[in-house]
Design a protein around this ligand. Structure first.
Ligand SMILES: *[C@@H]1O[C@H](CO)[C@@H](O)[C@H](O)[C@H]1NC(C)=O
Length: 465
């Protein structure tokens, strides 16, 4: 037995020696073959382990709790309403998508606009405000929003139902009669001091929900008017909710200002995504609760969005602070901060697809989406933290192609992705930024790498579940 064993060992050693010397000769004579022998399988193993690692590391958003699908508002009497169910275009869109997966009857090539249709808009603008411990800053920001929105969009249906209660306290512009339902699109001239065009090519067009039937449906439904503000409280530990509800009472924002509270903190990306799933507006915009962006630039965002919408009315406009580079607001910042900003921009350029990497300011908390753009972006969001802006822009860029329509409505081609307009907005550095400079920069860079790799390797996909 012992002799046998040592014999085997000897033979093994000999074989190994032979193999190694064979490798050396191969390496000397044919380096290419060695490459395929070793490097290629090694790389393959590397990619597979990265893929598996990503499955563990990449964040997956949690489903909402039942209480997060309800909202609070103030009643006309001033008291706080009991929780009411929050309208959700996402749920219906998701259910329809699942049905279509079971019964695929849509002709090939035309599934995109069909998949993309969601419930029609009920108001003109929805503002989503993510808020985490913002009791000291949110009131000023809301004040600015409500003043601008009241003056430019009015309170729509609430005005007709509850207009009397507000009485003389409402702004004078609100007392002018508004065109009733059925007069089609509200023309800019009927809205005082509106600085922008508000013409959406025939809502939905021939690719809207259920084609020709939509025309009859549209006549019955009143044109979207007014606005809503959805404050998403990200599990705040301070009195944010109380401050917001007090504000709502003071300004008679019954059912216009809605407060959704997340039971467990999700982060800014999670809050914005949650809010955007429940918007009823023709345009959906999210704005930071610190009021750093000048909210009255909303008109410019809408204009920018209108300039880039495609045949399916999809468009995105993002606020940008790039024009401020070199101005006082930026020069006053510390050198470290500017250096980190520049490094972040460099990492971004390497890690993002071409259209997104050309955007000069991806991080401004003021971004607007046309309603038709939402179902291509919101359902597929994963990032819960600071880099969610970039995921939104990447999703816009990679959105499926849509037919390009000629003026007579015929299809003359396709356009890929959703166009993003970068619009310069006023901006003020506010005290108490929640960014921890070095730590958050590193976390963002790592998060970005994980995000990009997850989309590239198919850990994240555009799918329903
Ligand atoms: C909200 O209003 C109530 C009643 O007016 C007041 O007692 C309370 O202190 C206010 N809360 C905050 C946080 O301002």
């Amino acid at each position: 037995m012992a002799a046998d064993n040592s014999n085997t060992t000897e033979r093994l050693v000999a074989a190994a020696t032979q193999l190694i010397s064979l490798l050396f000769t191969t390496a000397r004579e044919q380096p290419i073959r060695l490459f395929f022998l070793f490097i290629f399988p090694l790389a393959l193993c590397g990619i597979i382990s990265i893929y598996l690692l990503l499955h563990l590391l990449a964040p997956k958003p949690r489903p909402p709790y039942p209480s997060e699908k309800t909202y609070l508002t103030t009643l006309p009497s001033g008291s706080i309403s009991p929780p009411k169910p929050l309208p959700c275009w996402y749920d219906r869109w998701h259910a329809e998508g699942c049905l279509k997966e079971q019964y695929p009857t849509i002709p090939p090539g035309f599934d995109v606009p069909d998949q993309a249709s969601i419930e029609p808009a009920e108001v003109e603008v929805s503002v989503v405000v993510p808020a985490y411990n913002e009791q000291d800053r949110i009131e000023v920001a809301l004040e600015e929003m409500v003043e601008y929105l009241d003056a430019n969009f009015g309170r729509g249906h609430q005005q007709q139902q509850h207009g009397q209660e507000g009485g003389g306290k409402l702004l004078p512009t609100l007392e002018k009669p508004r065109p009733g339902p059925g007069t089609g699109n509200v023309t800019p001239s009927s809205r005082p001091s509106t600085p922008h065009r508000l013409v959406f090519k025939s809502e939905g067009g021939s690719f809207g929900r259920a084609g020709g039937e939509g025309e009859g449906e549209k006549k019955k439904r009143p044109a979207p008017q007014g606005y809503e503000i959805i404050v998403v409280d990200d599990g705040s530990k301070d009195k944010t909710v109380e401050v917001v509800l007090n504000f709502s009472k003071k300004h008679h924002l019954h059912d216009i200002l809605r407060v959704v509270s997340l039971e467990k903190n999700r982060g800014k990306g999670g809050s914005v995504t949650h809010g955007l799933r429940h918007v009823r507006g023709k345009y959906a915009v999210f704005a930071d609760a610190d009021g750093a962006s000048r909210f009255s630039d909303l008109g410019r965002l809408i204009e920018g969005c209108e300039d880039v919408v495609d045949g399916s009315n999809r468009g995105v406009a993002i606020g940008s602070r790039a024009h401020l580079v070199g101005s006082e607001a930026v020069v006053k910042r510390s050198a470290v901060r500017n250096f980190l900003m520049r490094s972040f921009h460099f990492v971004l350029m390497i890690l993002t697809p071409p259209a997104t990497s050309r955007i000069r300011d991806t991080q401004c908390g003021f971004k607007l989406f046309s309603r038709a753009a939402l179902p291509h972006i919101v359902p597929y969001m994963h990032a819960e933290g600071w880099i969610f802006d970039i995921e939104m822009l990447m999703l816009a860029e990679s959105a499926p192609a849509t037919p390009v329509l000629a003026s007579d409505g015929s299809v003359i081609g396709t356009s890929c992705g959703i166009k993003v307009a970068e619009v310069p907005v006023g901006w003020e550095e506010v005290e108490g930024s929640k960014m921890n400079l070095v730590g958050d920069s590193v976390r963002m860079a790592v998060g970005l790498a994980v995000l990009r790799a997850s989309w590239m390797l198919g850990v994240y996909r555009r799918r329903l579940t």
